[in-house]
Design a protein around this ligand. Structure first.
Ligand code: ACO
Length: 322
């Protein structure tokens, strides 16, 4: 069996916050932010748009694109680091809002790598007969865990959600088959202090704020991302030149460019949204996939490479025949 992508959609909150608006709040400038990150603006969710609402809208768009009935979905995984509540899972709230009462729904926490981890997990269920149709959502409202006085972090992130619908389909297991061809996921918990949220039930008992050693994260990102993709290339015998679309996690334009260069992928085969979305953590890859799917860049049968790295550290990649 193969897990085929049969639908893709996304949602961005209406409110846009520009760099100029941030510069009026903290000691920063449009020039600094653009030069260091490539970010020009980000979307910020309204008070009545928690992660479950943002995620639901992306899910509805993906289901409409797939043209299936929601009741066919028997697995929902929501990758998020900003769930509405400690429990129940945001996934079960989205399941209920979609009117789905069968199957299983759960959240998965791998921060910015969450979508890659969730896709890898759904793929295992679908290819082993554990589920027939999966909804994989990356949904985040990082605006709610940002210290808006900390210029080193508040300029980097944005809110949004993206989703894909996957279906189990017969496949020969060759690289020519449509579907998820390979996934690789990794973690190394020794790096916790470089990127974390300083709250939680086990510490301050409040939600807390995101804290980051930006330079350290940057240094590890390019190395780890190139490593995970190299596994994919070794396993499949492919190289950067074979990739139709490289859809990396959108944290920083310099990380994206450096990784593409290291992998031998030309910049006109890279989907970039970080300039308009900022870093939307687990939502960034499905948001970028949905944009390039909707505007016709990513076509059926093309090879799409995704990768991400995030807090933990966690990192991973997946190769999809779209
Ligand atoms: N505006 C103006 N100045 C700032 C700002 C800001 N928004 N933020 C920091 N500075 C200042 C710092 O205070 C520092 O000043 P100092 O030299 O007087 O001490 C100076 O700019 C340089 O700061 P650095 O942190 O060394 O700047 P750097 O070049 O490393 O860029 C950045 C910072 C953009 C955060 C970079 O390190 C980065 O992108 N790291 C990756 C982080 C990331 O993307 N994390 C996302 C989650 S993980 C992931 O998704 C991969």
């Amino acid at each position: 069996l193969r897990s085929q992508v049969v639908g893709c959609g996304s949602y961005l909150p209406a409110r846009i916050v520009t760099n100029a608006e941030l510069a009026a709040r903290v000691d920063t400038s449009d020039e600094w932010i653009v030069q260091r990150t490539g970010i020009r603006q980000r979307h910020v969710a309204a008070d009545d748009e928690p992660t479950s609402v943002v995620g639901l809208k992306a899910a509805q768009a993906a289901i409409a694109d797939a043209g299936i009935d929601p009741s066919e979905i028997d697995l929902i995984i929501v990758a998020t680091a900003t769930p509405d509540h400690t429990f129940p899972a945001t996934a079960t709230q989205i399941q209920a809002a979609l009117g789905i009462t069968g199957g299983a729904a759960f959240d998965l926490q791998a921060v910015c790598s969450g979508f890659v981890f969730a896709l890898a997990t759904a793929d295992k269920f679908l290819t082993t007969g554990g589920a027939r149709a999966a909804l994989v959502i990356g949904a985040e409202t990082f605006s709610r865990i940002l210290d808006w006085e900390d210029r080193a972090t508040c300029v980097l992130f944005g809110d949004g959600a993206g989703a894909v619908v996957l279906k189990a389909a017969p496949g020969e297991g060759t690289l020519a088959d449509r579907g998820i061809l390979t996934t690789h996921i990794r973690s190394d918990g020794r790096h916790k202090d470089k990127l974390y949220v300083d709250g939680g039930a086990g510490s301050t008992k409040t939600v807390g704020f995101l804290r980051m050693e930006g330079k350290e994260v940057f240094r590890h990102a390019v190395t780890n991302l190139a490593e995970t993709v190299r596994h994919t290339f070794e396993q499949t015998g492919l190289s950067g030149a074979d990739i139709d679309w490289f859809v990396p996690h959108q944290a920083n334009r310099r990380i994206i460019d450096a990784t593409a260069d290291k992998l031998g992928i030309s910049h006109d085969h890279v989907v970039v949204t970080v300039d308009r979305h900022g870093n939307t953590s687990a939502a960034s890859i499905p948001l970028a996939l949905a944009e390039a799917h909707a505007d016709g860049r990513i076509k059926r049968g093309q090879l799409v490479l995704i990768e991400a790295m995030g807090g933990g550290f966690t990192w991973g990649s997946a190769l999809i025949r779209w």
